[in-house]
Design a protein around this ligand. Sequence first.
Ligand SMILES: [Zn+2]
Length: 342
Amino acid sequence: MFRPAIKIKRFSRWLLSGLLAAAVCIGAEAAGTKRVKNTSGLVPQVINTKRYYFLRDIARHYHYRLRLFPGGAELTGASRIKLYVNRRAGELNRLHIFFLFAPIAINGRILIHEKDLYNVLDPVIGGKTIRRRPGMILIDPGHGGDDPGALYGNAMEKHIAYQLALELASDLRAAGYPAMLTRHGDRTTSLRQRTLLCQRLKPAVLVSLHCNAHPSSAMRGVETYLVPPVGCMSTNSGRIGRTVLPGNRYDANNFRLAYEIQRSLIAALKTRDQGIKHARFVVLRDSVCPAVLVETGFLSSPRERALLLKTSYRRQVAAAICAGLRNYFGIMKRSRKAAAGN
Ligand SMILES: [Zn+2]
């Protein structure tokens, strides 16, 4: 609900509502929209109870250049963002991203949803919210024991995920980052057990490792998941979550972590970029730290399956995730220093 910042006692109710109505009329950019003030200096437009921002204002706020093209727009500055009206798929520094809400256009002006501004764009182009101490990295190899995960030919997801986890832990330790695993060996480990361990160990970040599968054997590539903010859709199912989840405490950090890992994987593996996506996976949903789930490749693709069965390729995957994590912690160090200097 919108609450005016004016002290009500100085005005009678009818006068206040009259003033508000006038402000709405003057400020309206189109039928069904009204303006409310925001502390960041950007003015949201309330459209059908949802808060949107004009791309023009976002460009000005971040000192970016805005270029419109038929059906979409491009924002260029230190980063490059490409987005399309009425489409959730977009691009951030050439990486595939999915907006939480499709950008909209009113009278030829493009707007994006507030959740996308604060939880997708700002964590990368603003980065003010990325503050947290480096610490232990909890690696979660998917499945195990009775649960093999995806099975194709002689490839078992649980084994590949575990091998990847061991490689990643050793790379991280070599780089000076403490790392732990949620399961050791081929043990049945429930999602609840993984979550409880995360709650007990309180790591700096959680990285869950999986392999993908698809009915089409032509499908290949890497995708990285984070939990959607409250009130937003999961990328694949389209379901909206109405409750705030433990993982939602880190919405901005979750996105930056997913972005750094996906960017590093795509640069290193030269595979298809399936994008940064949102899903309420249990380990992400109930995490007590920034968390991502990486689908490292498709076991249903004969080509990618053969690669994931190779030690040398798994080492490349682990090295790329390790580099992404190092970038993420490096950014946090810089933003902490900047905050201390202010
Ligand atoms: Zn899996």
